[in-house]
Design a protein around this ligand. Structure first.
Ligand SMILES: [Cu+2]
Length: 247
């Protein structure tokens, strides 16, 4: 019994420093007591935290409740977006992994879809019943507005569930949302897709935890930005045309 207690205690001390590291990113006025209190953080901008619910000033996304009591929850419960802040985006390297589009065509992700282009990337899975349908419907409206402005932008939807999402499934999903030419749905070998998601700061342990984040980039200008994928299509089109105009 004593041994078990010792192991539990040892585990606790192993986990605790992680929690303190996370808490260290929170505002400095929080003392050690309030680390166990709840705060709100932007899922896309982890550095944006607040004691009260509200919206992220950077992207307009609703702040999510974060519980800092790390002893109660395993560390793996924290979202996978940590560390992928705006600074890491400017130097972001997009891996040239082998992927497949909704027509079963084999592509090299960077060379075929991103290189020298302005792109908007979102993350979906076809069996999602929560944010993916509105996210995809928003992308469709963005595509229509971009066409009106004659802005050549490559839209990309990457499956976070590549094992289920075959090219055929993605094809049906694309048809359901009336995706036009220039919008590529991406799946592939799970290992390759996972490395791609990690590089884009979109890796999640559980596909249901994925955030409605959109990556907007202009490869030629090495400019990358994140946006809230459920923002109004007009806001998103403005962000995309800003990116397209970067030199
Ligand atoms: Cu979803």
């Amino acid at each position: 019994m004593k041994i078990i207690f010792t192991i539990v205690l040892a585990l606790f001390y192993c986990v605790t420093p992680l929690g303190y590291q996370r808490a260290a990113q929170a505002p400095k006025q929080e003392n050690s007591r309030s680390k166990k209190a709840q705060h709100y953080a932007c899922p896309m901008h982890p550095e944006v935290t607040s004691a009260k619910p509200g919206k992220c000033p950077k992207c307009g996304m609703r702040l999510r409740l974060v519980k800092e009591d790390v002893s109660a929850e395993p560390a793996s419960k924290t979202p996978g977006v940590d560390g992928a802040d705006a600074n890491s985006l400017s130097s972001m390297r997009i891996p040239d992994v082998r992927v497949y589009d909704q027509n079963g065509r084999q592509l090299n992700f960077y060379n075929d879809l991103v290189k020298d282009k302005t792109v908007a990337i979102n993350f979906i899975f076809t069996t999602c019943t929560t944010i993916c349908p509105p996210l995809t419907a928003t992308f469709r409206k963005v595509q229509e507005k971009l066409a009106e402005q004659a802005l050549p932008v490559q839209l990309i939807s990457i499956s976070v569930d590549p094992t289920t999402d075959t090219p055929e499934r993605l094809h049906d999903f694309a048809a359901k949302f009336k995706a036009g030419p220039g919008w590529t749905f991406v799946t592939g070998d799970k290992t390759e897709i996972d490395s791609l998601l990690a590089a884009l700061g979109a890796a999640v342990a559980n596909k249901n935890d994925h955030t409605p984040m959109i990556l907007v980039g202009n490869d030629r200008a090495a400019f990358w930005n994140r946006a809230y994928g459920l923002a109004s299509p007009t806001i998103l089109v403005n962000l995309i045309s800003d990116a397209a105009n970067k030199k």
